[in-house]
Write a protein that binds this ligand. Structure first.
Ligand code: ADP
Ligand code: MN
Ligand code: MN
Ligand code: MN
Length: 339
């Protein structure tokens, strides 16, 4: 007998990478082999030497096909078995390893928007729905669009064993959020990429497209972000470490270095309106949804916990945002002797 392995990888499309996948039929009990693909069709090679390598790095049950079938997230390698230029996971694993003893945790809030027939789900033909105000965490057919897809996606993520921790309707019709975490940097990112793949895949069955476009509707509508909640062991134990992390993110060129890698089109989303801070002005504050980085109110009360980096776009690469946060904050905590 056989089982099906869906090999999933992240391509080289600029400015925002896309997910790709293909199926391998394997004999029962077979190990997941290294596989290959045509990199010239995924912006990962030119036509002359286009073979690229898929190396399985994370496997989970395939909740779409069920049975013994599996989803297989892969890293992309060149044929000399070194990481391909588009392989941001390889960069993350190095940094994660370096600061492993600080025990970083992440919870990423993935906002996204459903589209059908060229407009956000719930938008009337040639016009706009009632202004935002009632949609966030709403209920009822006049406010909520696509809940059947969202519920199905949550169930699929749970069946796959992903660390999904919640869902909510967002401020624009057809806009939703799910959260993954808390988990370490590599795990949260692997789970996020597979959860994204499952989102596109299940929405496909409903004739709906899901997009991570950070500004899916022009005008007075919130953008779509990927707030990234972050803590280290020291931050979960004391407030000095919380402040050190917030300060480190504001030092020198750090705000710019982070923001320019937090997803394409970030200037259009971080305008200073719609619960954002301007992209070019770093700030942090308690309970402040108009700051770049928010310290949740209960963290200030308890004097320990985590911080929320509100800047990442919905289309951010989780391997990149977690690497930058670990690198910037853990090195500062180490320097301050607060580990
Ligand atoms: P918001 O109030 O900003 O909408 P959410 O509830 O959507 O926040 O998401 C918060 C995320 O933070 C969740 O994924 C949660 O698991 C995660 N989280 C909670 N505690 C920590 C922590 N100590 N370190 C990192 N992430 C955490
Ligand atoms: Mn949230
Ligand atoms: Mn949200
Ligand atoms: Mn948030």
């Amino acid at each position: 007998m056989t089982f099906k392995a869906e090999y999933i990888w992240i391509d080289g499309t600029e400015p925002t990478a896309k997910l790709r996948s293909k199926t391998r039929v394997l004999a029962d009990g077979a190990e997941l082999p290294i596989w290959g693909f045509d990199g010239s069709s995924t912006n990962q090679a030119d036509g002359h030497s286009s073979d690229r390598v898929l190396k399985p790095v994370f496997t989970c049950p395939d909740p779409i096909r069920g049975g013994d079938n599996v989803l297989v997230l892969c890293e992309v390698l060149d044929i000399d078995m070194t990481p391909h230029a588009s392989n941001t996971r390889a960069l993350l694993t190095e940094v994660a390893e370096k600061y492993a003893d600080q025990e970083s945790w992440f919870g990423i809030e993935q906002e996204y928007t459903f589209f059908k027939e060229g407009r956000p789900l719930g938008f009337p033909i040639g016009g706009f729905p009632a202004p935002q105000g009632g949609y966030y965490c709403g209920v009822g057919a006049d406010e909520v669009f696509g809940r059947d897809v969202v519920e199905k996606h949550l169930d699929l993520c749970l069946e796959a064993g992903l660390k999904i921790s919640g869902i909510n309707a967002e401020v624009m019709p057809g806009q939703w959020e799910f959260q993954v975490g808390p988990a370490g940097p590599v795990e949260v990112s692997d789970h996020m990429w597979v959860a994204r793949w499952l989102l596109y895949r299940v929405a496909e069955d409903f004739g709906i497209a899901a997009t991570l476009d950070p500004k899916p509707a022009k005008g007075d509508w919130n953008g779509a972000g990927a707030h990234t909640n972050f803590s280290t062991k020291a931050m979960r134990e004391g407030y000095d470490a919380i402040i050190t992390a917030c300060e480190a993110l504001g030092e020198g060129d750090k705000p710019f270095e982070h923001v320019k890698q937090y997803g394409h089109g970030i200037e259009d989303r971080l305008t200073g309106h719609h619960e954002t801070a301007p992209w070019n002005k770093y700030s942090y504050g308690v309970s402040d949804r108009g700051a770049s980085v928010r310290i949740p109110w209960q963290v200030e009360v308890e004097k320990k916990g985590y911080i929320e980096d509100r800047r990442p776009n919905a289309n951010v690469d989780p391997y990149v945002v977690t690497r930058l946060l670990v690198d910037t904050c853990c090195s500062a905590l180490e320097k301050a002797g607060q580990v």
